[in-house]
Each structure stands twice: as structure tokens, then as C-alpha cells.
Write a protein that binds this ligand. Structure first.
Ligand code: GDP
Ligand code: MG
Length: 185
């Protein structure tokens, strides 16, 4: 049995639902933060994710940072050496979508261009107010090598999928490296 540690940094504009999504996933749905409280600095959540068809697991260290202070040196020191990245947008907020390119560039500048990750469109429960289309978001994700997901932290729909995807992608990369090591020895 192997337990891998993966560091996941969670980025996106203020109020897209970074903290809500992280906390719903972390608590298996028992904790959707009702009152809006702005995250101060960085919050760390850890969750163990079993890898299907194996005895192995990935321990996902999720770093949820605040939109406003995200560019401060204080917050960016937590960005060192991430394994995967989650970029979040709010489907009712066009600006949060256009910011995704900037967030991703910042992360990749630090972490390397090859870092794997997901683009998550949150608040899909607010269908009537939606202004970011699935097609546009999906196309952006594909163009940047990100896997695309839609979810609602509030309705607890589709929350697990992007986190599980990241854990599995990280695990697969690890296995590939192990295979390469074997051919070398
Ligand atoms: P953060 O600044 O990115 O961490 O965003 P928060 O997690 O603090 O959420 C900002 C606001 O959006 C809060 O009032 C949340 O209750 C709300 N929110 C988060 N996710 C959803 C969702 O899926 N649907 C709806 N309708 N509201 C959401
Ligand atoms: Mg937050």
C-alpha cells in the first residue's frame, strides 16, 4: 500500500466559492459554510482519497487562499511546489472567468508549465443568472490542458469529481515515474 502526498492549490477570484467547495468536499457534505467569511491568508485541509482498483491512496493537501491577498508574498510562499492546481470560476460572474488565465499563469510561472489541474465552474445551481457558457469554459480548459468540471457547492452536486480527478491524475503520474525508474535499474 502506497500513500502519496499531493499538494493542491486552489485559486480563483474572490467569492467564486473556493472555501465553500473545499469545505464541502473536506467534510463530505456536512459543512457548507452558511455565512460568508473571507478567508484570511491560507487555509489548509487534508483529505485521503482512495485510488480505485488499488490499495493505494492519495492524501490531498488543499491550500485555499484568499483572492485579495493572493499575490502577497505571504500567500505565495504557500504556493511552493504544488502537485496539482484547481482554478475556480463562478458561472454568474464573467470577470471570474476572464481572471482564470491570470491565475493559471501565476501558478504555472511558479510550478512549471506541466502542472496538471482542473477548471471548475461553480454555482451551476444559479442557472437563471448564468453568463459563462459551458462551451466557452470547456474550450478554455481544453486549450490550457485542464480537465473541465461543473458543480454546485451549495447543492453539493459534482463536488467530489474534480478532487478525485486530481488525485487520480497525480497517482497516474507517480506510477509512470515508477515504471521509468524500473527500466533504468
Ligand atoms: P471564496 O471567496 O472563493 O472562498 O468564496 P466562498 O466559498 O467564501 O463563497 C462566496 C459566496 O458564494 C458565499 O456567500 C457562498 O455561500 C456562495 N457560494 C459558494 N458556492 C456556491 C454555490 O455553488 N452556489 C451558490 N448559489 N452560492 C455559492
Ligand atoms: Mg475563501
Amino acid at each position: 500500500m502506497v500513500v502519496l502526498r499531493a499538494k493542491c492549490i486552489i485559486v480563483g477570484d474572490c467569492t467564486v466559492g473556493k472555501s465553500a467547495l473545499t469545505q464541502v468536499f473536506h467534510s463530505d457534505g456536512s459543512h457548507y459554510p452558511k455565512a460568508y467569511s473571507m478567508t484570511v491568508g491560507v487555509e489548509l485541509c487534508v483529505k485521503n482519497i482512495s485510488i480505485p482498483d488499488s490499495n493505494d491512496a492519495v492524501e490531498l493537501y488543499m491550500y485555499d487562499s484568499t483572492g485579495k491577498e493572493m499575490f502577497s508574498d505571504y500567500v505565495q510562499q504557500f504556493w511552493d511546489g504544488p502537485s496539482v492546481v484547481m482554478v475556480i470560476l463562478d458561472v454568474t460572474n464573467e470577470k471570474s472567468f476572464s481572471s482564470c488565465a491570470k491565475w493559471l499563469e501565476r501558478v504555472r510561472a511558479k510550478a512549471g508549465q506541466a502542472i496538471q489541474g482542473v477548471l471548475v465552474a461553480n454555482k451551476m445551481d444559479l442557472d437563471g443568472r448564468r453568463c459563462v457558457t459551458k462551451e466557452a469554459a470547456q474550450e478554455f480548459a481544453n486549450g490550457r490542458g485542464l480537465e473541465y468540471f461543473e458543480c454546485s457547492a451549495k447543492e453539493q452536486e459534482g463536488v467530489d469529481a474534480p478532487f478525485h480527478y486530481m488525485a487520480n491524475a497525480f497517482y497516474k503520474l507517480y506510477q509512470e515515474r515508477v515504471e521509468v525508474m524500473k527500466t533504468l535499474t
